[in-house]
Write a protein that binds this ligand. Structure first.
Ligand code: PLP
Length: 387
């Protein structure tokens, strides 16, 4: 009695297909100097104050006086309080509404357990594929909404119960403004919908009109569950720690039910990672994190400017580490992937990995090193100037 819905996950246009093709190309061309502009992972190590806190946490586990075992279902109180004080101050939220998770990949789909199985889920196209595949795994009714010319999800006429908004967006690299988010909030409150607001790229926001948290916008506490992660700004992509907020205003019993569920379904994320995450909020850590983010942002800015000079039109790359690039000469996204890989030994992510509307686009990332970006741009320049 296999969950047949899982078969939907096995598709032709996947990230793993592009990874496999790159691997095969490298095997066939062992001398090729392949540069990846596709990476979604970080390329800087964990900062020292956080590492030190993690080492100390390991030592805590070495003595029964300080040992921590089960029981961190919602996360360490110290971490939840630190997040409240640093990230949600003055917004009328309480520690009871904050949960620590083991990553937004799992948080963003596990949250479906909070909602009735008949609830209708709406996502964009293109989109971070995990929401789609999570909805399949949970056998939820899934709908792809229409998008505008900037690939932002349009507010639908019909009612949907759960809407995934990713802002700053992966893969597009743009972000919702306060005004745009307010329109979604009004829609959600009118229709009694809940918005899952994936804000993992919050630290990359630079535009004044983009909210750092959805709760800055009036009415958000009635309909938005906001999710964030330590993966990018703290390089915790293998350490695993994230957090999310379920406001009591959505429903007076919502946190009672979610705590019951969580106590039974989740034994918490690693104590060591949580202690590291607490250390991320010291002044010294904040400064170091800012410096790291600036490097990624300088990188994506460089890629944006150079690609624009080379005649590529792009979206994003201001409030996020990603750039959504239109292919040239009507190439499909897989043709562009092949062109960059075989002619230039550069890896980009085909837009179709993120949905059918990505057919004439590809995603590149500023999460790698600027040195590699410079080498890649030189190659593109040299090659395209001669054709
Ligand atoms: N949400 C988005 C939009 C992402 O791009 C990513 C990772 O790239 C995640 C969530 C996953 O975050 P985590 O590492 O916390 O699971």
């Amino acid at each position: 009695m296999l969950n047949r819905s899982l078969l939907n996950i096995e598709k032709e246009n996947t990230f793993s297909k592009s990874t496999r093709l790159v691997k095969e190309y490298k095997l066939a061309h062992p001398d090729a100097d392949v540069i990846s502009l596709g990476i979604g992972d970080v390329s800087m190590p964990i900062i020292e104050p956080v590492r030190n806190a993690m080492k100390k946490a390991v030592d805590d586990l070495g003595s029964m006086d300080t040992f921590k075992g089960y029981g961190l279902y919602f996360g360490l109180e110290e971490l939840r309080q630190t997040i409240l004080d640093n990230e949600y101050k003055g917004l009328g939220l309480s520690i009871d509404e904050i949960y620590i998770g083991d990553g937004t990949k799992s948080d963003s789909t596990n949250i479906l357990e909070l909602f009735d199985k008949d609830s209708k889920v709406l996502i964009g196209n293109p989109i971070y594929p995990i929401y789609e595949n999570g909805a399949y795994a949970y056998q939820r009714e899934l709908h792809f909404g229409e998008v505008d010319e900037e690939f932002k999800l349009k507010i639908p006429k019909e009612k949907y119960d759960i809407i995934y908004l990713c802002s700053p967006a992966n893969p597009i690299g743009n972000a919702l403004t306060r005004e745009e988010l307010k329109e979604w909030i009004d829609y959600a409150n009118k229709n009694k919908s809940v918005i899952i607001f994936d804000n993992v790229y919050k630290s990359f926001v630079e535009s004044d009109n983009v909210p750092l948290t959805a709760y800055e916008v009036e009415g958000a506490k009635k309909c938005i569950i906001e999710m964030r992660s330590f993966s990018k700004d703290l390089s915790f992509s293998s350490s695993r720690c994230s957090y999310y907020v379920i406001p009591n205003e959505i429903d007076e019993d919502i946190n009672y039910y979610w705590k019951e569920r969580t106590t039974n379904r989740f034994n918490g994320t690693s104590y060591v990672s949580q202690k590291g995450a607490i250390a991320a909020f010291s002044d010294e850590s904040k400064k170091l994190i800012k410096e790291n983010i600036k490097k990624y942002k300088d990188n994506i800015k460089y890629l944006r400017e150079e690609l624009n000079k080379l005649g590529y039109s792009t979206i994003g790359g201001y409030d996020s580490p990603y750039l959504w690039v239109k292919t040239k000469n009507n190439m499909t996204s897989w043709e562009a992937f092949d062109y960059f890989l075989t002619k230039l030994n550069i890896v980009v992510v085909p837009g179709e990995v993120f949905g059918s509307n990505g057919k004439y686009n590809f995603r590149i990332s500023g999460l790698g090193s600027i040195e590699n970006s410079k080498r890649a741009i030189e190659r593109i320049k040299k090659y395209e100037e001669n054709i």
